[in-house]
Design a protein around this ligand. Structure first.
Ligand SMILES: Cc1ncc(COP(=O)(O)O)c(C=O)c1O
Length: 483
């Protein structure tokens, strides 16, 4: 349903800057209409567009069972109910902030110590990112962001704040690593266009690439922002998803080594990915700038973490033995999943960007494109959704400059579902190869189909613009897709 009475509402409520009008969300519609279930709907669409870490739930559940006093909703813990359920101010429970600070240190290998008094609460990293923008920039000011980048940055950083995002072009030729030349170019282009650049935001480890930035790169970014007196926001939400070398280097380590004005450095963190609990909405801003901490605290009133959640997590995160086991085991499981998925793809010649972190793979499907354009990418994507029945996310939704890359999430399903997804991909590629060898002139591009020979590859029934689920009534796909 369109907003027929748009004139009755604010410009914010009726503009498109939330980013949900992307054709990308049609994948969610296809999934919602026909979700895969191993026994009840085995031909349904498998959800591979959701960056959730569901591989270590059992560990958290075990801990909860063994620690009933940590919850105010058990007979063992209910005595704390009245103290926890009453009004809590925006500083957060002291024991919660302490536990989060200590957890952040552990995730970074114990190489840095975080001060609990610098922790500002937010509703997930989503709230933390927006809160920082409100603190650091005015409407019309800009932040630079290396592309490809997390699609919901458009919503989180820009929609309500009016801050512009200016992409720094990334290229496959150097594995999409940020270069100082590209950074300088983006900065200078903004200057020429009279746009005030207030900072640079990076996601390290990266969503969608699953790669981490090395020490030298981070050092040069700090030097860059320091020389220009602009901010550096580091979204480190995937810090504990590293499953193989090289290790994660946090910006908090770099500023111990490089001379810089610490007032310019801010970390965004959340337990959504590292602990696999995005539903609990635990986000934090960790700023080295006192004024940002002070102002951020006041702003955090709009997105506090429920005191019940703070209470529970204060105990869980303070359990050193549990956290040690959890972090080791979670990264082991992620590594195993990544290996089995990427090896399965390699068997049929599909390559992924070499990565060491994250809950996804950045899959290179350029060889399967009918033509090397974004239209070609969308055409292939529709086939993958409608015929192969996998909801993967096209690179264009991550503002990738090169067509043919797809993000595929691998940690939100069990082993059996992943095997089915791999089997479908193998079948799909097998059909293409068969057709290729049968028809020398690659006529498969015109005739490819998996299920029905009469369907034409480039004319699938889903028309992106027309079928986007924009109605305000159904649950918003953005809420989950953009993770
Ligand atoms: C880079 C990045 N930042 C922030 C978020 C939002 O996380 P949260 O669920 O904590 O709001 C995500 C979720 O996918 C993300 O990938």
């Amino acid at each position: 349903m369109e907003f027929k009475n748009g004139h009755l509402l604010s410009k914010l409520a009726t503009n498109d800057l939330h980013g949900e009008n992307s054709p990308y969300f049609d994948g969610w519609k296809a999934y919602d209409n026909n979700p895969f279930h191993p026994t009840q709907n085995s031909n349904g669409v498998i959800q591979m567009g959701l960056a959730e870490n569901q591989l270590s739930f059992d560990l958290v559940e075990d801990w909860i069972k063994k620690n009933p006093r940590a919850s105010i909703c058990t007979s063992e813990g209910v005595n704390a109910f009245k103290d926890i359920a009453i009004f809590q101010d925006y500083h957060g429970l002291t024991e919660f902030r302490k536990a989060v600070a200590s957890f952040m240190g552990k995730v970074r290998g114990g190489r840095v110590i975080f001060d609990p008094d610098r922790i500002v609460m937010a509703g997930g990293a989503t709230g933390a990112n927006e809160l920082l923008m409100f603190c650091l920039a005015d409407p019309g000011d800009a932040f630079l962001v290396p592309s490809p980048y997390y699609p919901a940055f458009d919503r989180d950083l820009s929609w309500r704040t009016g801050v512009k995002l200016l992409p720094i072009a990334g290229e496959s030729s150097n594995n999409f690593q940020i270069t100082i030349q590209a950074l300088e170019e983006a900065y200078e282009n903004a200057q020429k266009a009279n746009i005030k650049v207030k900072g640079l935001i990076i996601a390290n480890p990266s969503n969608p690439l699953g790669t981490t930035m090395d020490r030298d790169t981070l050092r040069s970014l700090v030097t860059f922002i320091n020389e220009r007196e602009i901010h550096l926001v580091c979204d480190e939400i995937y810090a504990a998803t590293i499953f193989r070398a090289p290790n994660f280097v946090s910006i908090s380590e770099i500023i111990e080594e490089v001379e810089c004005n610490r007032d310019l450095i801010h970390i965004v963190y959340s337990l959504s990915k590292d602990m696999g609990i995005p539903g609990l909405r635990v986000g934090t801003v960790y700023s080295y700038n006192d004024a940002v901490v002070n102002c951020g605290r006041k702003m955090s009133s709009f997105g506090l973490v429920s005191s019940q959640t703070q209470h529970l997590l204060a105990s869980m995160l303070a359990d050193e033995e549990f956290i040690k086991t959890f972090l080791t085991e979670s990264s082991k499981r992620l590594g195993k999943r990544h290996k089995s998925f990427t090896s399965g793809l390699e068997e049929v010649g599909i390559k992924c960007l070499k990565s060491n972190a994250g809950l996804f793979c950045w899959m290179d499907l350029r060889p399967l494109l009918k033509e090397p354009t974004f239209e070609g990418e969308m055409t292939l994507w529709r086939v993958i959704i409608n015929d192969v029945k996998l909801n993967v996310s096209p690179g264009s939704s991550f503002h990738c400059d090169e067509p043919g890359w797809f993000r595929v999430c691998i940690a939100n399903m069990d082993d059996e579902t992943m095997e089915i997804a791999l089997r479908r991909i193998r079948m799909f590629v097998g059909k293409i190869k068969d057709l290729d060898s049968q028809v020398q002139n690659k006529r498969w591009h015109r005739n490819l189909t998996l299920s029905s020979p009469s369907r034409i590859y480039c004319e699938t029934s889903l028309s992106p613009r027309m079928t986007s689920p924009h109605s305000p009534i159904p649950r918003s796909p953005l809420v989950r897709t953009r993770t």
